[in-house]
Ligand binder design. Structure first.
Ligand SMILES: [Zn+2]
Length: 180
């Protein structure tokens, strides 16, 4: 969309409502592990930015480490399959480096990718950014749409501008993303 909320000539709006019904195994309450903090720090120290936009984050909106394979599904995971998959989804090279070395937990560095926690869309900051932001975060749009954001030409947005959508249709605003 353009800043005034209109749709550019040659584009059309596709609106989907996605409902997931996910069977999540029971699990004890979780807190960020020492392994998670160590690996997130290592990725930051290596100078990586948000995988989508390259942002290095800020004190107010730090980069977050997203788990490719979520903790919520860990009880059902075959660690050998996970190690194999993380040799194919291997944005930092740790999959190649560690090979089939067993995965002990989703906090393994092979399973983490840095994403921003705030990013602009049509000059409006979107809380949650490419991690949990409405209409842009990996938790909030389908994978093909999320991935498209990595490759569009500069100045092109692939999802509707949040501010103009809210102004036109409050029901579209949806739930606000949780932080973290
Ligand atoms: Zn980003």
């Amino acid at each position: 969309m353009t800043p005034d909320g209109s749709i550019p000539a040659g584009d059309h709006l596709v609106r989907r409502t996605l409902t997931e019904e996910v069977l999540t195994p029971d699990h004890p309450p979780r807190t960020a592990s020492a392994e998670f903090e160590r690996n997130r720090s290592a990725l930051l120290a290596a100078g990586h930015g948000c995988l989508v936009c390259g942002s290095k984050g800020s004190a107010e909106h730090p980069l977050e480490a997203h788990h490719w394979i979520e903790w919520s599904g860990w009880e059902h995971v075959d660690p050998a399959k996970m190690a194999a998959v993380l040799q194919r989804i291997d944005v930092y090279g740790y999959g190649a480096q560690l090979g089939a070395q067993p995965i002990q937990s989703p906090d393994d560095i092979r399973n983490l990718v840095l994403l921003c926690s705030s990013a602009p869309l049509q000059a409006q900051p979107v809380a949650g950014g490419h991690h949990r932001g409405v209409d842009m975060g990996i938790h909030m749009v389908t994978f093909p749409i999320w991935l498209l954001q990595l490759v569009v030409r500069d100045g092109v947005d692939v999802t509707a501008a949040i501010a103009s959508v809210k102004a036109k249709d409050p029901a579209m605003a949806g739930p606000q993303p949780a932080g973290g």
